[in-house]
Ligand binder design. Structure first.
Ligand code: HEM
Length: 496
């Protein structure tokens, strides 16, 4: 009995410490989303409710606190407690530089990279972001044939090429595999991109990381250096496994780079660009083989799950809609391809506006970014937003993006999948005798962000990989449409 009492006392002390004394100073007087008047521990009980039904919390924030801020306690979003701002503050947040409001700090803290990633250098020197925005985005057109080849090889192996009988496939698993190979074709090239050991380790790391990070988040901070390391053992083992497969290739390329420095390498992939970038920086830490391997692992982390989720959703939306939509898409794809002699180029993809709209619409309805524009306040004096909210240093703010993306006043029939919604909007911009407004029209393409469309975030810290992702995913869907018959489903499987 006494030991039970001691355990209960310790638990209570922990809960009180965790929720009332840990973390940054919260602004006072704000309503708590998810709390009820009858709650004994409003913050604690609201955390529980919000974490298990985040959509309800977000919709509550949007409906009931449209013009004022509220506190949203929730586990696992990069902070124990978010300051949910009215969406009218989205523009202001989007415009802030990382040294004022930082997304990276949210990611690093949320995923507890201090314990879950061995190489800290890539966190303090996130040069991969520059490579994504510049080299990767510029090279996408040149890399399309390789992506197309990997798509064909991937689907033939995952879905087969039986022309007689339908076969049931697990979309998430098979698509994840194809995307893993195609993306790594661009990251590390052949033959490593098809190495199941590399793909499995990258995948396992991405799966175990959020679990480890969530568990670490529950550990009392002073005890973390010890306990967190134990929790992260599996995640770190996956990181080592990934590096083990890639290290021989990295070391070979580093030797080749030094030999051929004057003549240049024949490889055109992310690893090669990272080596060149590291060597140009003159900082030997940057070209340590393990640092380069961790950078590629991080790239796998940020790209493959997001892209697989987006693609799985688009496919499920289409097969649960109308066969006419699929036919319209097939007609568009075959027309644009015929016009470019059967070769995919950036321009060919840009002409497939129905294909583009389907992705934008599906990502709107099924966004994985329920809480958008998460940013940590980095300035000691805190920030004051245009809506008049003052957020002290160290807090994490956000906006209810899921609710914005399904707001009837912005997107009529918001709960419905309307695949060509953005094609119609583009036509409305360019009807009549007015000169064609290509700029406004392109603002409705899949990768375009705005305060009303936060599937890729928005502003200075929006997803840098979205141009690449959009090209890769559209190419893959076009392939499926032209090479497979899809059996329609009566009910759209629920996203979990
Ligand atoms: C459909 C697929 C994808 C989706 C839905 C997606 C979504 C996002 C979102 C919502 C953010 C946060 C932006 C913000 O808060 O303003 C983000 C950040 C990021 N994304 Fe993506 N992403 C995708 C694919 C990719 C790919 C393919 C890459 C790499 C090639 C990538 C690299 C990154 C990086 C590095 C960041 C962090 C940016 C920073 O630290 O400032 N993403 N992504």
């Amino acid at each position: 009995m006494p030991s039970l009492l001691i355990a209960a006392g310790l638990l209570l002390a922990y809960v009180v410490f965790f929720f009332f004394f840990s973390g940054p100073r919260l602004p006072k007087g704000f309503p708590i989303i998810g709390a009820k008047k009858t709650d004994w521990f409003p913050l604690l009980q609201a955390t529980w409710r919000n974490s298990f039904n985040i959509a309800a919390g977000i919709n509550d924030a949007y409906r009931n606190h449209k013009h004022n801020a509220a506190i949203m306690p929730v586990m696992g979003l990069g902070a124990d407690t978010l300051i949910m701002l009215p969406s009218s503050d989205s523009k202001f947040i989007s415009e802030q530089e990382p040294k004022v409001l930082s997304l990276r700090e949210v990611i690093i803290n949320g995923l507890h990279y201090r314990y879950t990633l061995s190489d800290k250098y890539i966190l303090t020197h996130p040069l991969h972001k520059k490579l994504i925005t510049t080299t990767l985005t510029n090279q996408v057109g040149i890399l399309l044939p390789e992506l197309a080849n990997e798509t064909t090889v991937g689907f033939e192996s995952q879905w087969g090429n039986d022309t007689e009988a339908f076969r049931e496939v697990n979309v998430w698993d098979t698509v994840g595999r194809v995307i893993g190979c195609a993306t790594n074709r661009v990251f590390v090239g052949l033959p490593n991109c098809r190495d199941p050991k590399l793909l499995d380790a990258g995948y396992a790391y991405a799966r175990s990381l959020p679990v480890s990070a969530t568990l670490i988040g529950w550990v009392w901070e002073p005890a973390r250096p010890l306990i967190a390391r134990l929790i992260a053992l599996r995640t770190r083992a996956m990181e080592r496994r990934f590096a083990k497969v890639l290290l021989p290739e990295i070391e070979r390329r580093l030797r080749e780079y030094d030999d051929k420095e004057k003549s240049g390498s024949s490889k055109n992939d992310f690893l090669q660009w990272s080596i060149a970038q590291a060597k140009e920086s003159g900082d030997a830490e940057m070209w340590k083989p393990t640092t380069l391997a961790s950078r590629i692992l991080l790239m796998n982390m940020v790209s493959i799950h997001t892209s697989s989720m987006t693609f799985t959703n688009v496919l499920l939306d289409l097969v649960s809609s109308k066969p006419e939509y699929i036919e319209e898409l097939r007609t568009e794809v075959s027309t644009v391809l015929r016009e470019s002699n059967g070769v995919w180029t950036k321009a060919t993809l840009a002409r497939a506006i129905k294909l583009d709209s389907v992705f934008r619409e599906s990502a709107r309805l099924n966004t994985s970014v329920a809480v958008g524009l998460r940013r940590k306040v980095m300035v000691k004096e805190g920030i004051t937003t245009p809506s008049g909210v003052h957020i002290p240093y160290g807090n994490v703010c956000a906006v209810p993006s899921l609710a914005v993306l399904t707001d009837e006043t912005i997107y009529p029939d918001a709960d419905k999948f309307v695949p060509f919604r953005f094609v119609d909007q583009r036509h409305n911009i360019n009807t009549g005798d007015r000169p064609k407004d290509h700029v406004s029209s392109s603002r409705l393409s899949f990768y375009a962000t705005s305060t009303d469309y936060l599937a890729f975030g928005n502003g200075r810290q929006a997803c840098p990989g979205r141009f690449f992702a959009a090209c890769e995913l559209k190419l893959m869907l076009a392939y499926i449409l032209m090479n497979y018959d899809l059996e329609m489903m009566e009910t759209r499987p629920k996203g979990i």
